[in-house]
Design a protein around this ligand. Structure first.
Ligand SMILES: CCC(=O)SCCNC(=O)CCNC(=O)[C@H](O)C(C)(C)COP(=O)(O)OP(=O)(O)OC[C@H]1O[C@@H](n2cnc3c(N)ncnc32)[C@H](O)[C@@H]1OP(=O)(O)O
Length: 305
């Protein structure tokens, strides 16, 4: 059933009204009321801890920038920002022209995890579980967006901030930046899905070292272990955001339906058993075969020299 939900999620946007119906059904695809997850209840609880915001800028190029914005707390996640993030992810899910996404922090630093003031107030285990399920759902939906996503890490990505970077397809780090899963120092383990995703990105040995040692991962180490894709060098070649946009534009060049199909087939390969992934690939292939970009390429007799 879970696999079916993933497959349906991957096919979003390809079959009109039916796709929209599936989208509603599979939203929040990790936890639902079956798991004791009541969306409105947890939203209301989180809204009681306001502060900061999550800004979304959608550009005509098909590239969007999502900014974690709470500079006075080093962009820590307040409760209302968690709710904001879920709303922004919903907006991105409905963006038919979307091809790429950059997630960044405001004022030169990425995110210092959850707001410790909210954490103290939500320290009751049941509240902790609810927040954990809410963030896992949101970050899973972020990772599954049909667009190519990049975390632009400047300054520090700590705790939940480090987990957030793993919910993007790629991580680009600015010189001097650090990704650190500080959870052990807080008497915790990741709960926003960061451990499960980290293992898939760097392997279980490296994940064990990063979590067990609460290691400060600088760009050099991040490159070595495959956590980061690139260090954004180059003083005088634009802001880190412009450099990240340039990096991403190589992969988002082309029509939105084709870029979205690329993400969907890779996502299905990453998440589903082979036979399921193959069937999904066939279905996604069917959405681009004979489509406008395909017909145009055939008519122009394009060569790939
Ligand atoms: C999902 C589970 C998790 O995320 S657990 C991980 C939670 N995060 C943390 O424990 C980070 C705690 N903060 C720190 O270690 C430091 O503040 C860091 C981020 C290294 C920045 O140090 P520094 O550059 O010296 O600045 P600072 O400490 O003066 O901080 C500036 C103001 O920001 C605040 N701040 C920072 N992080 C948080 C946070 N997570 N929650 C709430 N507030 C945070 C600081 O308290 C400080 O505020 P104020 O100026 O004292 O009012």
């Amino acid at each position: 059933m879970v696999l079916c939900a993933v497959r349906q999620h991957l096919l979003r946007g390809s079959r009109g009204a039916w796709a929209r119906f599936l989208q509603r059904q599979s939203r929040g695809c990790v936890y639902s009321s079956v798991h004791g997850f009541q969306l409105e209840e947890i939203r209301e609880k989180l809204q009681a801890f306001p502060g900061g915001s999550i800004e979304l800028l959608k550009q005509e190029s098909g590239l969007a920038v999502l900014t974690i914005n709470y500079p006075s707390r080093m962009n820590a996640f307040s409760g209302s920002m968690m709710v904001d993030l879920e709303e922004r992810v919903s907006q991105l899910e409905g963006w038919t022209d979307g091809k790429g996404l950059i997630v960044q922090g405001a004022s030169g630093t990425f995110c210092s995890g959850s707001d410790l003031n909210a954490v103290r107030a939500l320290s009751d285990p049941q509240d902790g579980m609810k927040m954990c399920m809410f963030m896992q759902n949101t970050l899973t939906r972020l990772l599954r967006l049909p667009m190519i996503s990049v975390a632009l890490v400047e300054g520090r990505a700590l705790g939940g901030g480090a987990e957030l970077t793993t919910a993007c397809d790629f991580r680009l780090m600015a010189p001097g930046s650090v990704i650190q899963f500080v959870h052990k120092h807080m008497g915790l383990v990741p709960g926003w899905g960061g451990a499960a995703r980290l293992v898939r990105i760097v392997g279980s040995q490296n994940a064990l070292k990063l979590l067990g040692g609460a290691v400060k991962v600088d760009p050099e180490v991040a490159l070595q272990i495959g956590l980061a894709e690139e260090v954004l060098q180059g003083e005088g070649t634009g802001t880190p955001l412009q450099r990240a946009e340039n990096w991403l534009s190589v992969y988002t060049k082309g029509p939105a339906p084709v870029i979205q199909a690329v993400k969907k087939v890779v996502l299905s390969g990453r998440e589903l058993p082979l036979s399921e992934a193959l069937r999904t690939e066939k279905d996604v292939f069917g959405t681009v075969w004979g489509g406008p970009a395909n017909m145009q390429a055939l008519a122009s007799k394009s060569k790939h020299r």
